[in-house]
Design a protein around this ligand. Sequence first.
Ligand SMILES: Cc1ncc(COP(=O)(O)O)c(C=O)c1O
Length: 382
Amino acid sequence: MNLRKLIMLPGPTNVPDRVMVAMLNPVMGHRTPEFSVLMKGILDKSKQVFQTSGDVIVLTASGTGGVEAAITNIVKPGDKAVVTVYGEFGERAADLVKGCGAEAVKIESHFGDIPKIDQLEEAFEKNPKAKALVIVANETSTGCSFKQLKQAGDLAAKYGAYFIIDAVSNLAGEDVPFDKIGADVVATGSQKCLAAPPGLAMVAISEKAKKYITENPPSLLYYNIPRYLKYAKELQTPFTPALPLYHALDEALNMVFEEGLQQRIKRHTMCADAFYSGFKAMGLELFAKERARSNTVIAVNYPKGIDDKQFRGTLDRDHRVIVAGGFGEYKGKVFRVGSMGEVSRYHVLTTIAAVNQTLKELTGQVNSKNPTEVAKAKLAGL
Ligand SMILES: Cc1ncc(COP(=O)(O)O)c(C=O)c1O
């Protein structure tokens, strides 16, 4: 059975063959010098991707594990945390805060938009002792991203709050420079903009957060950050790592630096721009407000009368292109395209052409504009 399809999901995404092949490396002992060499490479390169001089740990877990570790190692019973909620992943972050026995001060915005910095400021004025500010940098469920990370970091610093970021779906696809924005804990996953298979979460930790977490260790076993930091000093992991995924991540990180991090972010920006322009040329309405639009997840409203299952089923069956549906209350109303990882001219133009053809068949309407030409114009040099 040939399972190869164009995976235009907001994760997991297409994985380059050389990253897949890296998983054929033989299994090694994880308490050996060979493993430490692999680990050193991953940690050094991960720090550059996070743009931090601080520490990074790698968890054998999906992105949720990284976010859970980030929040549960900082937030304690009785604390308050300001949390941006502009989609499903913000809701989950707020639930995690509550699960720690703390209060989540939710800063909400209409889905399709992002909270404003004034709203955060107001929340801190009312809750000056809030222990943390938790922001989902890229809300995969709505195709929106929070653009004012530096201002948010400054605000957290002003109030002495730890700045925690869920960058699962945009690290390496959008600029999230850890040190520059004053982040304290940032979590990401392997299967999104890094174009590695799913199964690993990376978490970057500032000196300030490290001191706090080490002096106030959580009563957790697996997601216990101090344990990972202690073992990372010896280039080891506290628990058995998913070795094939480590090899894959190492190779995926090599590819990031062969391309250059900033060039990779630029490519994501160009591809997102081409998608937005191409979909608009089809007469489709974009879900996210222009000022909120994500660089890595393109959310589009279905035109009236289009059935989600039929649309995505046709794309899959006839074009072997896989896109995601809407989340929660937007199921059936929105489709989402992941524009991340190795996304380039081929992925964008193939997806645009397949979506255009499918809509033409399902609606019987023909566009006056040629969406492929419109998208192509945005991809010069790619
Ligand atoms: C912003 C964000 N946070 C967290 C997650 C959870 O990641 P995972 O499904 O890898 O656990 C996702 C997954 O799509 C995400 O997009």
